[in-house]
Design a protein around this ligand. Structure first.
Ligand SMILES: [Zn+2]
Ligand SMILES: [Zn+2]
Length: 381
């Protein structure tokens, strides 16, 4: 069955945005449309449909809309697997993707963001795929800070609920740019420019998002064959800089740039930070990655931000980062921990199986006798 109206996906549109348009442009509310009209088993307004890997879903949607399965698959966040994150499974957190915090059909987290100017200019208002990514906090086109809630009523953005349970419209509102809660236009939210401090140091970040949006290789100076290796390192850095061990580094960043980075609250990951914090962290981190690795080494030297600060993440570090960390951020003058010795051994094992003890000592920045004592002590455990 082909639906009477089948809108084409817009450039860089997110699947849930197109799905909602498909329903409302056919005169239906999304919650009844997908189960009653299309006959989907899953309730797509209760799950993060953009992270779904279901081929059945894409197949059915292609049948009723005439849009190819290839084109529809690209609208999903899961299509970023292998580029931005290495794996995704629905129901867990995934690196870089803003969580929605579902409670039944309510999205409790501010996981949907928008640029008011983009929405204002849209001929057909739609939400972009990249707006769900935790490192996109500035509009590449307009240079303004994105919004993650309604300016008028402060509600979270939820275009899938536009019109649901509302006495305002008989038929669903077809315009995704209205707030589902107060029915006022989201595109009326005032434009927020970067503060002066942030703007002064934002060039590397602006380059980064513009290269990302155009599909190029991000941070080309790192010479990585895959964007994934850059993203994996950035995710760990962005998180670790907010850790307890990052205190002095954050103070230095504040002194040198005026950018304030707050310490991590327990059980928070980068995606759980408020938008402004994510923006601050990213602008600062990318600024210090310029002229890699010299600026970064200067930032961290003689601080407790050493190999140890990376904890268990050390095993997942991409080589461009781990090589610098092990060469320049070993623990001296702090006592080497057992964890560091083990991690350094794992690291050497990976790059040079059959390495010698003296290489291990050099990597850890400790004397060979000290290392021997350490190793003896560890064997007793
Ligand atoms: Zn914009
Ligand atoms: Zn509102």
């Amino acid at each position: 069955m082909m639906l009477p109206v089948h809108p084409r996906p817009k450039n860089n549109e997110l699947l849930s945005s197109w799905l909602t348009r498909l329903a409302t442009e056919n005169g239906c509310y999304s919650h009844s449309f997908f189960t009653n009209v299309i006959g989907l088993k899953e309730d797509i307004v209760r799950t993060d449909v953009d992270r779904s890997n279901s081929t059945e879903l894409i197949g059915k949607l292609s049948q009723v809309s005439g849009v190819s399965t290839d084109e529809l698959s690209k609208l999903r966040l899961s299509s970023l697997q292998g580029e931005v994150f290495s794996h995704d499974s629905l129901g867990t957190c995934v690196r870089w993707v803003l969580p929605l915090g579902f409670y039944h059909r309510i999205k409790r987290k501010r996981g949907i963001v928008y640029c008011p100017l983009c929405l204002k200019e849209d001929e057909v208002r739609h939400f972009r795929k990249s707006w769900r990514l935790a490192f996109i906090n500035l509009c590449e086109k307009h240079g303004c800070v994105l919004w993650d809630h309604c300016y008028h009523c402060k509600a979270n953005v939820d275009y899938q609920r536009v019109g649901i349970g509302s006495a305002v419209y008989d038929l669903p509102n077809k315009d995704l740019g209205f707030c589902f809660n107060c029915h006022k236009p989201l595109w009326d939210s005032p434009t927020k420019e970067l503060s002066l401090d942030l703007d002064r140091f934002s060039a590397p970040y602006k380059d980064f998002i513009s290269v990302y949006e155009s599909g190029g290789s991000v941070l080309p100076t790192l010479n990585q064959p895959l964007n994934l290796q850059v993203f994996n390192g950035l995710w760990i850095l962005a998180g670790r800089v907010t850790s307890e061990r990052g205190g002095e580094v954050r103070e230095r960043i504040l002194r040198e740039t005026g950018i304030e980075i707050l310490p991590l609250r327990k059980n928070y990951s980068f995606e759980g930070f408020p938008l402004q914090q994510r923006l601050n962290i990213f602008i600062a981190v990318l600024y210090y990655l310029q002229n890699w690795p010299h600026k970064f080494i200067n930032l961290v030297k003689k601080t407790p931000f050493t190999v140890t600060a990376f904890g268990n993440d050390i095993e997942q570090l991409p080589f461009w980062l781990s090589s610098v960390i092990f060469e320049h951020m070993n623990s001296t003058p702090y006592a080497t921990t057992e964890r560091e010795v083990i991690n350094a051994m794992k690291y050497l094992q990976a790059v040079n199986p059959g390495f010698k003890k003296v290489e291990l000592a050099k990597l850890l920045g400790i004397d060979i006798c000290t290392l021997n004592k350490r190793l003896k002590g560890m064997k007793k455990l």
